[in-house]
Design a protein around this ligand. Sequence first.
Ligand code: AMP
Length: 144
Amino acid sequence: MNVSDILQSKGDRVVTVRPSETIDVLAHRLKLEGIGAMVVSQDGKTIEGIVSERDVAHGLAEHGASLQGLCVSDLMTKNVVTCSPDDSIAEVAKIMTKRRVRHIPVQLDGVLVGLVSVGDVVKQRLNEMELEANVLRDYAIARQ
Ligand code: AMP
């Protein structure tokens, strides 16, 4: 199973935020969309960074109440770990564990084409395990 299988079932919509947007707006948009991270991009195609709820929590600890007025570019991680649609889900899961990130943007020829979260990876793995269990059960029944 590859990253493209996940994108096929969940779609390729990626919520992005501009680097100049305030943290106040970011926090409201994260709440509205019900998501934990946004890719930072000026044009919705080129990845400039990533910002997650953890950055907001750490920012609050560091800046206190003045955090709300800061910009996304003040908190975002610039060195973004990405994957490609052809990467295996097992490989992406390994990267998430090793790098301690829960979101990996998907890039094709330098363009943002999707995002995979740890929740997507777990869901896909559960589906696979269910399928395997069903196949084994059918096999066992057929041999009776
Ligand atoms: P997350 O696990 O997504 O909440 O992110 C935890 C921390 O890693 C935050 O500082 C994020 O900005 C950063 N981060 C999240 N995803 C990535 C990624 N794909 N590449 C680099 N940093 C990331």
